[in-house]
Ligand binder design. Structure first.
Ligand SMILES: NC(=O)c1ccc[n+]([C@@H]2O[C@H](COP(=O)([O-])OP(=O)(O)OC[C@H]3O[C@@H](n4cnc5c(N)ncnc54)[C@H](O)[C@@H]3O)[C@@H](O)[C@H]2O)c1
Length: 251
């Protein structure tokens, strides 16, 4: 199949799509022939980011809200008639050292980064089962396998996303659905832009840590998501895929 048609006829949901990895993935999926429900928080940000793109319907909804899975799945069913690819990508990287970590911060990070993944997956499952090649892709992190000071809630969430991915793969394989977790390294997005600008030594640390000597760009992750969403990854399920420029391979 020619490049540019790898998702021809496919219908996708991408959460956290107004910026960074989600936005780049929507653009990439649409270029490859998909029709996409692009979700983000209720604000004009998602329309400004993607509103003019053909074959994209935006859904402004906080993924932590009780009815978010039903609203987003219903949008896919009514706009496009089904769902083949769920990309659980919305996330926050808020953090604090453990002795300063409030219950509120813990609950918020777990709700956005972990609980929404299982709830969105459960809510979209009936549609994914009807697809002949259902795909669940979730954005973990290098912190699905490692950690950093100040990142307890994020680390717990992202470890959880990789664990859930393994369970999804085992439970949904019988429906022909694959489930995989992308583990980005340091990517230049909305989450990191300000932190890197405020502290260049932080971005230098990640640049130097990467074997490839650079930060990742959102498109680097979008292309990994495209692979996992495509027929090329038909026999890939249950994995955590590090996309970090080799950052985590050294001591
Ligand atoms: N940027 C990195 O270095 C990096 C590294 C590892 C993992 N990640 C993960 O990548 C994913 C995407 O983040 P990004 O780096 O593109 O950041 P980003 O800030 O550019 O994009 C995240 C988007 O998610 C949206 N969002 C946040 N909470 C939401 C909610 N409750 N409901 C709906 N949308 C919500 C935000 O509005 C934003 O548009 C996240 O899960 C993040 O943890 C990022």
């Amino acid at each position: 199949m020619a490049i540019g048609q790898r998702l021809e006829g496919k219908i996708a949901v991408v959460t956290g799509a107004a910026d960074g990895i989600g936005k780049a993935t929507v653009e990439c999926f649409v270029r490859e022939g998909a029709r996409v429900i692009a979700n983000d928080l209720p604000s004009s940000k998602i329309d400004e980011a993607l509103g003019t793109l053909e074959n994209v319907v935006t859904v402004k909804k906080d993924v932590t809200e009780q009815d978010a899975p039903a609203v987003i799945a219903e949008a896919a069913a009514s706009a496009f008639g089904g769902l083949d690819i769920l990309f659980n990508n919305a996330g926050t990287a808020a953090g604090a050292p453990v002795d300063e970590l409030t219950d509120e911060l813990w609950d918020h990070v777990l709700a956005v980064d972990l609980t929404s993944v299982v709830r969105m997956t459960r809510g979209c499952l009936p549609l994914l089962k009807k697809s002949d090649a259902g795909r669940i892709i979730s954005t973990g992190s290098v912190m699905s396998s490692f950690s950093a000071p100040g990142m307890a809630a994020y680390t717990a969430s992202k470890h959880g996303v990789l664990g859930l991915t393994r369970t999804f793969a085992l439970e949904f394989g019988k429906f022909g659905i694959t489930a995989n977790c992308i583990q980005p390294g340091a990517i230049m997005t909305g989450i990191t832009r300000d932190v890197f600008a405020a502290d260049p030594s932080f971005s230098d640390y990640w640049k130097n840590k990467a074997a490839l000597g650079r930060l990742g760009q959102p498109e680097d992750i979008a292309k990994a998501a495209l692979f996992l969403a495509s027929d090329d990854a038909a026999f890939v399920s249950g994995i955590g895929m590090l996309v970090d420029g080799g950052a985590m391979q050294g001591t």
